[in-house]
Design a protein around this ligand. Sequence first.
Ligand SMILES: Cc1ncc(COP(=O)(O)O)c(C=O)c1O
Length: 387
Amino acid sequence: MTNIKNHSLVVPEHVSALQPYIPGKPIDDLVREFGLKPEQVVKLASNENPLGMPASAKRAIEQALGQLGRYPDPGGYALKQAIASQFNVPLEWVTLGNGSNDILELVSLALLVPGDAVVYAQYSFSVYRIATQARGARHIVVPACEYGHDLDAMFDAIDDQTRLVFVANPNNPTGTFLPAAAIERFMQRLQASFGERVTVVLDEAYNEYIDPKMRVDSVALVKKFSNVVVSRSFSKAYGLAGLRVGYGVSQPPLTNLMARVRQPFNVNALAQAAAIAALHDEDFLRQSAAVNATGKLQLENGFKALGLPYVPSYANFVLVQVGAKALDINQALLRRGVIVRPVGADGLPEWLRVSVGLETENAIFLEALTHVLAEALPEKLPEVLPK
Ligand SMILES: Cc1ncc(COP(=O)(O)O)c(C=O)c1O
């Protein structure tokens, strides 16, 4: 235990040492700071769906409004049923979360005690660090390979205290993807060496952006291995980020443990109703994937034209290398009303993460970036200097 500076509160050291999550800058902040109108701001910072929420979900919310005087269904029966039937698993295998972030937290709450260790990759989702540290567990951060997970090195890094491994597929903030064979091999090796001592969270928040032919059949993995939790999100391709809803699929021993540490009513009534509608809205999902695919190409072509290295992405964002002046470039973009995500805190100080927007938003961003780079690095970009 430790005292917080200038304070008599006595708190666990692992909590006082925690660095909070850094979210994308909200549009309202930019409006206040730079005197812009909200409609002048383009936000490509939080991997949100540029189409907004599906109309089907909006209708479901309108219908559910009348029930808000009561608590939501504590077991989330209808939503769990919809998820379970989509994946052909028993209802008892589904855990609902306040965003898929909640699933990551629930697994760490259920499994970790201070002194345990958690393995995750360098340049992966920052919540793995928080979920580890908040439990007083030790971080084993494994160097990335080509900006993605090095599963062999992650396997080798597992020690006697390791209880949990986080694998993001696709990964955030780099957008890299691990094919099914690599994940299956990792799980096989893990089971052969450690049995059920080590649990894997396969975080698939961006799964729906992957070409269906390439997707990992992660539910088949759940059926085969009792030490894996697959987590999915309604915040990205389903367009429901503001409602906070996600889910995990795992076999009952793990599901039951998560149920013990879950906050009652962790998924609100509107989120449950909207998620059911979105889950069935195949047209919206297809449209989300299509808009993302063309928008991603637009961004990648823009980066190529500017001579900027980028990491080929399987998600709804692209990581682009703008150089040592990344923070200045970010600041200049903000002044022009464009919000992207600096990722220095993730160990990538020369890079920016840009979420895929609508065609017009991507074009506004690329034009702003061209101007900003020309001002910041005139020697590098003579050919794109504004006339
Ligand atoms: C890899 C990854 N996992 C999980 C999440 C959590 O998303 P949510 O809680 O909105 O479902 C995110 C959000 O950006 C993410 O990038």
